[in-house]
Design a protein around this ligand. Structure first.
Ligand code: NIG
Ligand code: FE
Length: 398
């Protein structure tokens, strides 16, 4: 048992949990100033103002938090961490005026990473991904990882085996997502419907029976997968016990958010071009709207409508969307700065978005996202005396 003292501010986020992370205010952060916290066996036993620490803990060892801000550990709810090769040339092409879609049509983009990932060995992918994992900031303790650069059953399994191997090497809690519908692979060019039926009838049952993934994901976009194709895949995934997360309305409005809400998806991610109707449906649902401002920054496209989503009552989370094509950044705290400065989110909204709401986007909100008695001790200890310093620090506070 340890009694931690001298915590300048402890953000419990208790109020945020009560409101399921909607419309977060400063009051929902549950800020305790000059706090103490009692931890035992990895569980929070007591948290409150230091002056009120119960006498029962008087003999327990004491540790000073040195005047830091404590808040729930960050949850990174959307990454494409496992991949082969690199995409520096895509970026150079974008900087000379080509769009993401144009680069993809000429054989670059996701398909170029698919070629490199297929030819990479399991060991090489593990080494590369382990390195990428160490570059996430210390505040992140839970992280989702998608497949999606294999697109044959064998190489998708290889990617998910990488996640399994990483889980044995890291204290981070990893959540694997099966993303076979990232793009139509060359073997099925012009036969997307056939590819979708193979995913539904063969791949989803296989991945589910091997227990390699918690979630299924698809990229609903012009030139990728339609709403009708995605509905079929979601139904197959749910039938086999996988939760659903979707990439929707990123470059064009495809009514992907409507599908996500209809299917009871755990999250709908991107939403840069979501319609008013999509916003309203998400707001009425439990589906988390996961926003990736780093992808907008890096591709030079408009930011997602965070304000409209939050004001309508949607549950909004933030992610890096770490991937080699649209956001090679590991810096989730920087995404809070982008959220506040570019998407006009308040600082409490951004903090809830990267903690409790990101946990909801992975269905791990019982273990992550709040600091409360009886719950796991998962804390981000920030060397600052004021929580507002987190987005202010431009991604440099760790
Ligand atoms: O989340 N939008 C689709 N998937 C990724 C990009 C993947 C890639 O370009 O390699 C994303 O932005
Ligand atoms: Fe993505």
């Amino acid at each position: 048992m340890t009694v931690f003292e001298n915590i300048a501010q402890c953000l419990t986020l208790q109020g945020a949990r009560t409101k399921k992370g909607r419309n977060a205010t400063q009051q929902d952060l549950g800020i305790i100033t000059d706090a103490a916290l009692v931890e035992d066996g990895g569980i929070v036993r007591w948290v409150g103002p230091r002056r009120e620490t119960p006498k029962a803990y008087a003999q327990a060892p004491r540790v000073s938090a040195e005047g830091a801000v404590w808040l729930p550990a960050l949850v990174e709810c959307h990454t494409h961490l496992v991949y082969g090769g690199e995409r520096i040339q895509d970026y150079a092409l974008r900087c000379s005026g080509k769009t993401y879609q144009e680069i993809a049509q000429s054989g670059g983009g996701i398909l170029s990473t698919v070629r490199e990932t297929r030819s990479a060995s399991l060991e090489a992918l593990i080494d590369r991904a382990s390195h990428e994992l160490t570059r996430f900031t210390a505040g992140v303790q839970c992280l989702e990882i998608k497949s999606g650069y294999g697109l044959t059953l064998e190489s998708e399994i290889k990617m998910l085996e990488v996640v399994k191997a990483l889980q044995k090497r890291t204290p981070l809690h990893l959540v694997p997502t099966f993303l076979p519908a990232h793009t139509v692979p060359p073997e099925f060019k012009g036969k997307a419907d056939h590819y979708v039926s193979v995913i539904c009838e063969e791949w989803i049952p296989q991945i589910a029976s091997m227990k390699l993934a918690t979630f299924f994901d698809a990229f609903v976009e012009e030139g990728y997968f339609t709403v009708d194709q995605t509905r079929k895949m979601c139904e197959a995934a749910q039938k086999h016990g996988l939760g659903v997360k979707l990439h929707v309305d990123q470059f064009t409005d495809q009514k992907g958010a409507l599908l996500g809400a209809e299917m009871g998806a755990v999250s709908c991610d991107h939403l840069d071009n979501v319609s008013k109707e999509g916003i309203a449906k998400l707001a009425q649902s439990e589906t988390v709207a996961v926003l990736a401002p780093g992808a907008s920054l890096f591709t030079g496209t408009p930011y997602p409508p965070a304000r409209a989503l939050i004001d309508a009552g949607a549950i909004v989370a933030l992610t890096t969307d770490f991937n080699p094509g649209t956001c090679p950044s590991h810096n989730l705290p920087l995404m809070l700065t982008l959220a506040c400065s570019q998407m006009k989110m308040s600082i409490p909204e951004a903090i809830v978005a990267a903690t409790f709401n990101a946990a909801q986007a992975l269905n791990v909100q019982d273990s992550y996202g709040t600091i409360e008695v009886g719950r796991p001790f998962k804390v981000w200890k920030v060397a600052a005396h004021d929580f507002n310093a987190i987005p202010y620090a431009f991604g440099e506070l760790d």
